[in-house]
Ligand binder design. Structure first.
Ligand code: PGA
Length: 253
């Protein structure tokens, strides 16, 4: 039985005051979603604040990116051991904004994934197609390519120590959610592709959905057999919305 995960991706938002207000509100709602896994992925400068506020709470925290190198002359880089030092459990790798805006290739994403695992972090590997790719009917080909880049570098067993986030690029921040059937179909494809290499890893790996998830559509998405939770952007900045999404990830009573 896979315990669902809801991870907030704050992106480049927040400040000391608003983070505190948001986290205090989520913490006071947390008793209502204690039967699932909850996490927030904050911008680097706020990891220390998030660590202080969430320490011992049962809500995990993480970062949104990691440098592929471990240490040294990489100006501006933040390494996986540094994230570990601040108590991070998770790190998002290969988010479509990193791929599209910052030019991260499948190969770089795979090296980042490897660096995160080596430091004992749980990578949240994002995969997903653009609208043009979906319309061209190559969604599975794109998602397979993104997944295979990681498995060919790190081996399929490495996915067992990670979380996969299927995020159709056309659904991110657009208000357009994939239908539950569209999302489920890609999640099932990802799981079957992993199963072809390792059935045990496929049955245990969490495959979460991201792209305009809100309180209003979360229960339906999380009700699908291969959707194990969500990666939440905009709605993770609103305490009530985020808490309601976490509640929707609890097992049915
Ligand atoms: P969104 O973002 O929920 O604002 O669409 C999701 C993501 O990019 O992780």
């Amino acid at each position: 039985m896979r315990v669902k995960l809801v991870a907030g991706n704050w992106k480049m938002n927040g400040d000391l005051a608003s983070n505190q207000t948001l986290l205090n509100a989520v913490l006071s709602a947390a008793a209502s979603f204690s039967a699932m896994k909850c996490a927030v992925c904050a911008p680097f400068p706020y990891l220390s604040q998030v660590q202080q506020l969430l320490h011992g709470s049962g809500i995990a925290w993480g970062a949104q990116d990691v440098c592929q190198f471990e240490n040294g002359a990489y100006t501006g880089g933040v390494s996986a051991p540094m994230l570990k030092d601040f108590g991070c459990h998770y790190v998002i790798v290969g988010h479509s904004e990193r791929r599209a805006i910052f030019g991260e290739s499948d190969e770089i994403v795979a090296v980042k994934f490897e660096a995160a695992l080596k430091a004992g972090l749980t990578p949240i590997l994002c995969v997903g197609e653009t609208l043009t790719e979906r319309e061209a009917g190559i969604t599975e080909k794109i998602v397979a390519r993104q997944l295979d880049a990681v498995t060919s570098r790190c081996g399929v067993k490495a996915l067992g120590k990670a979380v996969i986030a299927y995020e159709p690029v056309w659904a991110i921040g657009t208000g357009k959610t994939a239908t539950t059937e569209q999302a489920q179909a890609v999640h099932a494809f990802i799981r079957s592709r992993i199963a072809a290499d390792d059935a045990a890893v496929a049955s245990m790996v969490l495959i979460i959905y991201g792209g305009s998830v809100k309180a209003a559509n979360s229960a339906q998405l999380f009700g699908m057999s291969d959707i194990d939770g969500g990666l939440i952007g905009g709605a993770s900045l609103v305490a009530d919305e985020f808490s309601a999404i976490c509640r929707a990830a609890q097992p049915a009573a």
